[in-house]
Design a protein around this ligand. Structure first.
Ligand SMILES: [Cu+2]
Length: 348
């Protein structure tokens, strides 16, 4: 099959690298993920056999084959991104305030979004999503931004700050730089992205990232991870062909995320998906507390399913009681089948 940008949404599914998941496929998939987690060679799912009276022989495989390159220099490892927080270069201002400083550049780069499928991305610091910046409410933040890409770009941060620091203007031409500086507030789960028109193209190309402002006293200790729901329009027809959390289709299905029974898990969940009105996260085998935008500690919804429009985010907290593989995925089945699905490997 073609590995460059000639895949239509339907063609991508028919091509068989990503295909129907289907209820009958789930058990086989769990088996496969468990084997992968244990370092064994995954056994192919029993397609073409009669499953519950239905013939699945025409469905093809149930996820991508092979794996993306996560080890060569400059490649993106979704497992490392998941738990990596960038606190910047820290110093103290004369008034006693903590200053955190980051160097950020925009640049053009081809990235692997599924095994053998490359996307001509626009990136912050060479990765999609960009680094997860982290600070505490009240810190002074300084971002030294250089546009090293071929197109005009900016960084627009969500949160409270002066319009002069909002990343809407000036638009920075190739080679130009700008310093964004403001105080971190309010605490919560923020995001940043390019704000150059046409926005849908500049965002969708990969210029976005997560930005966490911790409350002054922090949150309770937990196993923390960042999940950015994103998608890629590989043939530029205004529809996405590949969906994921953290860029690589099915990565956490092939590499289940290890967690422990009973440990507190906290997910910083952001939806940056372009072209589709909403995205969602459904958790199997447990429910989570959902703190919308993470701006309050005393109010949450208790559920296993929530949806976010583009730009919305939520902090999810939960524990899993039962060992085994706990699935999570977009409840838009099509998104799940095109890559937005994974597992937690819950261990005793
Ligand atoms: Cu841009």
């Amino acid at each position: 099959m073609s590995t460059k940008n000639n895949l239509s949404r339907r063609g991508f599914r028919k091509a068989g690298t990503l295909g129907a998941l289907g209820l009958a496929g789930v058990a086989a998939l769990q088996q496969q993920a468990r084997a992968a987690a244990q370092g064994a060679t995954p056994t192919p799912p029993p397609y073409g056999t009669d499953q519950g009276g239905m013939d699945h022989s025409a469905h093809g495989g149930n996820m991508t084959t092979g794996d993306v390159d996560t080890t060569s220099p400059g490649t993106f490892d979704p497992m490392k991104y998941l738990t990596h927080f960038d606190y910047g270069k820290v110093s103290t201002l004369e008034n006693g305030q903590t200053l955190r400083e980051w160097d950020v550049f925009a640049g053009d780069k081809e990235i692997e979004i599924a095994p053998g499928i490359y996307f001509p991305a626009w990136t912050y610091n060479g990765q999609v999503p960009g680094p997860t910046f982290r600070c505490t409410e009240g810190d002074r933040l300084r971002f030294n931004f250089l546009n090293g890409g071929a197109h005009p770009h900016t960084i627009h941060f969500h949160g409270i700050h002066s319009p002069s620091m909002d990343g809407v203007a000036p638009l920075l031409q190739s080679g130009e730089s700008f310093v964004y500086e403001f105080d971190a507030k309010p605490f919560g789960l923020q995001l940043y992205h390019c704000h150059t028109p046409p926005l849908k193209r500049h965002i969708h190309k990969g210029l976005y990232g997560t930005f966490i402002i911790d409350p002054p006293g922090g949150r309770p200790p937990a196993k923390e991870m960042v999940m950015m729901m994103n998608a890629f329009d590989t043939n530029f027809d205004g529809e996405n062909e590949v969906y994921a959390v953290n860029t690589v289709a099915f990565h956490y299905a092939k590499h289940p995320i290890p967690v422990k029974v009973g440990e507190l898990i906290r997910i910083y969940l952001v939806n940056i998906t372009e072209f589709d009105p909403i995205n969602s996260l459904h958790l199997h085998t447990g429910l989570y507390k959902m703190y919308k935008t993470g701006t309050r500690l005393d109010y949450y919804e208790y559920t296993d399913m929530m949806m976010l429009s583009q730009g919305e985010r939520a902090v999810l907290e939960f524990t899993l009681e039962h060992p085994g593989l706990a699935m999570f995925h977009a409840h838009q089945s099509e998104f799940a089948e095109l890559g937005w699905m994974g597992f937690f490997d819950v261990q005793e």
